[in-house]
Design a binder for this molecule. Sequence first.
Ligand SMILES: [Ca+2]
Ligand SMILES: [Ca+2]
Length: 208
Amino acid sequence: MLPISLVLMTVMRMPLDPIPANHVVISEVLVSPSSTQDYFVELYNPTGTAKTLSLFQLQTPLISLLIPDGTAIEPYSFLLLGQVSDNWPSAWVQPDLWYEDMGIRVNSGVRLVNTQNQAVDTVGWGAAPLGFYETTPVTSPNTGQSLERKSGLVHNENEGNGRDTDNNSLDIIKRDIPQPQNTDSPPERPAAGAESAGWGMIKAIYAG
Ligand SMILES: [Ca+2]
Ligand SMILES: [Ca+2]
């Protein structure tokens, strides 16, 4: 029988699922809009405290978009950045921030950068360039599909988008019908007590 410390070490080395992230995440991106859509990036605060985005930047390989001084996201809430166009669907909520060109392209990525020039979160798709994805990019979406961050190991529509293992291919799914949410959208709280499947396994080993 293995010493208990070795058993525990083995368990701890398994990829635990940190739910939710303790920072603002990129929660949804429309990469390839149809002719009746336009580009957007949605941000989400999975924590119970307001988070500042004052003078942060949203960067693509082509462009850096400044988030205005004083911008913040309330707990479990959203912020929507959209591209100015005639194609913005009337059924969608309005962006909180408009940009003329968001610089979003196929085989690319977006990252949220803080005032210390550190990437807070990154999402890349297809053959994304280095620095614009986490571990493995998600595969390219079809036209009209958005990329959405999951709420947890199993995605639940009402529990936000707080899953962030820093592997885009594991954290991001595709939506056939995009759902941009803005600062006025109802908050979505991550599931309580969902620390990780790993904790359950540790408890099971001790119980056994
Ligand atoms: Ca991340
Ligand atoms: Ca959304």
